[in-house]
Structure formats: C-alpha cells, structure tokens
Design a protein around this ligand. Sequence first.
Ligand SMILES: Cc1ncc(COP(=O)(O)O)c(C=O)c1O
Length: 388
Amino acid sequence: MSFNHLSSSLASLRERHHFRQTRFVEGGNNTSLIFDNKQFINFSSNDYLGLATDPDVIKASNEATTAYGVGSGGSSLVTGHSARHEYLQSLICDVTQMESCLLFTSGFSANSGVISTLLSEHDLLIQDKLNHASLMDAGIHSNATMKRFMHNDMARLAQLLEKSEQTDNRLVVTEGVFSMDGDSGDLHGINQLQQQHKSWLMVDDAHGFGINGDGRGSCYEADVKPNLLMATFGKAIGTSGAFVAASCETVDYLTNFCRHYIYSTALPMPIVAATIKSIELSQQQWRREKLNERIIHFREKAAQQSLTLMPSNSAIQPVIIGDSSDVLKVSQYLKEHGFWVSAIRPPTVPQNTARLRVTLSANHQLTDIDNLIIHLVRGLELLAKGDL
Ligand SMILES: Cc1ncc(COP(=O)(O)O)c(C=O)c1O
C-alpha cells in the first residue's frame, strides 16, 4: 500500500517521545495563558517585550483595519505594497542602519527565499550547526554545497573558508541570538574571517532585533555590517512577518528573482501598522531595562538554588535535561503547578539535549519567576529520585 511511511514514522516518533501535537491555548502571546479551562503562567512565549498585547499596538492595528481592510489584496509587485509598507521598510533601514530592505510574510520564507535565490550550484553555504531549521532547510533545498561548523567554532570556520578559496560565492550564516540556547553568535569573529576571506555574511537576528543594540539588533550592537540581515517581527516586535536588509543592489536582485517574495501575498495592513507602532515602542529603553531586570533575577535565583543554566544573557534561558521523556515529565510537573514551559526535543535540538526552554518577558512578575524556580528545582529533584 502507498504512503505506509506515514503510520510507521508516526509510530517511531511516539516510541521515542518525539511525537508533537498542536494544542489550542488562549493568551499564548501573554504572560498568562488558558489551556483546557486552566490558567498557567506562560514562560514559553517569544513576545519578550510584551508588545503583542500593548494597547497602542492593538490600536494601530484596529485603525488600519478600519481604514484599509484586512488583507493586502495582492503580492508586493502587483497591488499589495502600500505607502505603509514602504514606510515600514524605511523605518527598518533607519533602525538597523542598513541601506535597503524587503518585507516577507515570515522569517521561514525570508530565509528560504534569500538563500535559494542568491546561491547556485557552484556556490558554498557555511552555517553554524545550531542555526534555525529554516536556514538548514534553505541549505538542503538550495543547489549550493552546504558545510556546517560546530557552534561558534571560529577555527573550523577559518578552515572551511581557507579550503574554499576557489569558490566564487561563499555565504556564512549565523544567528545574532541562538533560538534554542539563548547565547550570541560570535559576530566579531565571523566578521573578521569573512572579511579576510572575502565571503558574504548573513545574520538571522530573529531573537536579537528589538532587544540588542538598544533595540537596533545584534549587528548594530557588535558594530558588524552583514551583507544580509534577516529578522522576524514575531518575537520581540510581537506581530508577524520578517524583513531582509541588505545593499540596494542586493534588494533589487531579490525583488526581481526571489520567488518567495514575488509570488506571495504581501503583509496585511493591520500587521504592517502594528509592526510600525511596535518597532517605534521597542526603541523605548525602559522596556529592555524591565526585561533585563527579569533575566538577571531569574539567573540569580537559579544560581542560589544551584540550578544549572546555559551561558545566556538573553530572554531565552534553557534548562537542559537531556532525555526526551524526562523533559516531558518535568514540563508536565510544571503544568500541574500552573507553569507553561515547553519541552523542546530533537530534532529541534541535538540528540540528548532535550530541554525546557524558559523564555522571559518584560511583563513577568518577579514573584512568578521565583515560584517557577522553586517548582523547577522540585521537579528536577523528583525526577532524579525517579518519583515523577
Ligand atoms: C532564528 C529564527 N529564524 C527564523 C525563524 C522563523 O521565523 P518566522 O516564525 O517568522 O517564520 C525563527 C522562528 O521560529 C527563528 O527562531
């Protein structure tokens, strides 16, 4: 019978505790969510600055809906691109200090589109091993050769660049803030090597834009000018969609050749208006100060309880557990005590590094963080005793 692999693959996932299900929650973009009529403190959202539910952002979105309707009505090159879209692009250029930029409906689409459009058969794509799935898939589906280096391993990256001097087009890709580990890409190291070897640099700053560099992003903070800068609006900006910023020539090229851009409906007006407002609000320093206060508080409290954390100063604070079934048990224990902390398992993270990915928001109460730590520590103790 055809398509037998569907049931066999699903059975194998279940056996390895890797089976995933979409659940519906209310308030997933807030610090408190409802699931199955129960309330949880949400430590799994990427809305780091609490902008997804900010009254001014909601107002901007509502006003745009009233004035312009909902959908954009077409792809960007046909009728989907308005003066608002144009303004959003110029705002992003202003904030990131990049020459030009292009809007996409998602970060996944932006990464796929850029890599498949800019690289072809004889080219080389070099990626940090921990780069996001959208970047890995882009490499797998592109005609270029893909090589990966161990996370932030500059010696290996140097080797890969030295060995490929004959290749005309080489693109090194890293993240500003790594989505599952929360640490930063070695932007200085990569920038130095990339300049020395005359390759191009692309930075996916999904988790740094709006946060690092006074909100201008990780590249601005590191004083690094990448050839391509991608960031999504679905994290600290609290809306959805993405941009790719680059030189005017590169953006012209993408506008003409990137099929993900050309053949896709442009961002809807309410999202564009909300994103503009949100980027403006994200420039207010107090929001980041509030978030940082919570990050420091979480790390200090964890240290007091001898809870081992990753070397992350970002809003992403993973607690590595290792085994997939164990991480599910601790996540379930936390749910029973009112905390929503997602269990992240392979293939999203490397084998034997299943983890609880705790994410912090400027809107979390400090007492919620204290209580989370208490229950995390208790849950891990029970797991160690075999009592979960
Ligand atoms: C590092 C990184 N890049 C790209 C994406 C994809 O962005 P989007 O959710 O807008 O498709 C994500 C989000 O899941 C991400 O974490």
